[in-house]
Design a protein around this ligand. Structure first.
Ligand code: MG
Ligand code: MG
Length: 263
């Protein structure tokens, strides 16, 4: 599905991408309301699918490459692409939820990682710093910088805490296709890679591990987990490249309002 060349978007197309991206944030907030010990990942998935359809969109991941769910739910040592099912969320779990929407011909794609109940300080910091690294990356996502500046920002910050940066999975261009050019790695060298220009829309998504960055795929053909079994975090925003400051199309605000009320 990925296009061979970068697809530059018009302002009207960026507004449609914003609508799809905002719907992901609203969907994840609905999911956050019932994300507690004892809930099954299937229940989370069903809620997300009906909410997306009630809002005139379709799940962006369902059927994509044959993926069976609306959400990718990846717990603890699972990095991404976990399949929703019978698994029950437990106290102490780290639950990464990645969600895609498709509406008006454009995709939204955003992810958030939740700490369930009593989680160690090490893990809380991993989540906090992975999210911070996403915002440092977004600061670099402006006209005149390059893709390598984005990756460097994530890598430089996260490696300063000894975390691993997953190499084999990357962010991407976003538009009429879920995965477009360019690839947006979470590591890199400053001043290298594709030049960032107005009209580019990127999904930036640090995947960061508490230990080593090496990963493997389960026999289900989807779930990706760390080889050393240590937990991971994943946060993803969709952004449009602008002069001076990136335009963040997705949002965590709805999710974090729900989390605040739960405290
Ligand atoms: Mg995603
Ligand atoms: Mg993505």
């Amino acid at each position: 599905m990925s296009k061979d060349s970068i697809q530059y978007k018009t302002e009207a197309e960026i507004e449609l991408l914003r609508e799809s991206s905002l719907l992901v944030g609203k969907t994840l907030a609905e999911v956050a309301k019932i994300l507690k010990p004892g809930v099954s990942t299937r229940a989370l998935d069903e809620l997300a699918e009906s909410f997306i359809r009630d809002n005139g969109a379709i799940p962006g991941f369902k059927g994509y490459g044959g993926f069976p769910g609306t959400l990718c739910i990846s717990i603890n040592d699972e990095v991404v692409h976990g399949i929703p099912g019978e698994r029950i969320v437990k106290d102490g779990d780290v639950v990464s939820i990645d969600c895609g929407t498709y509406k008006n011909g454009f995709y939204g794609d955003s992810a958030y990682t939740f700490a369930i109940g009593n989680v160690s300080d090490d893990i809380k910091l991993l989540l906090q710093r992975t999210k911070e690294s996403l915002y440092f990356a977004i600061e670099q996502a402006v006209v005149g910088r390059r893709v390598g500046d984005i990756g460097y920002a994530v890598q430089n910050y996260c490696e300063s805490y000894g975390y691993g940066i997953v190499r084999d999975l990357v962010g991407h261009g976003l538009g009429r296709n879920l995965h477009e050019k360019p690839e947006v790695p979470n590591f890199g060298r400053r001043g290298t890679g594709a030049k960032l220009k107005e009209g580019m829309v990127l999904a930036i998504e640090p995947m960061v591990t508490l230990g080593d960055y090496n990963i493997k795929q389960d026999t289900d053909g989807w779930t990706i987990r760390t080889i050393d079994g240590l937990p991971t975090a994943h946060f993803e925003h969709d952004i449009a490249i602008r002069k001076g400051k990136a335009d963040v199309l997705s949002t965590f605000n709805y999710i974090e309002e729900v989390l605040k009320k739960q405290q």
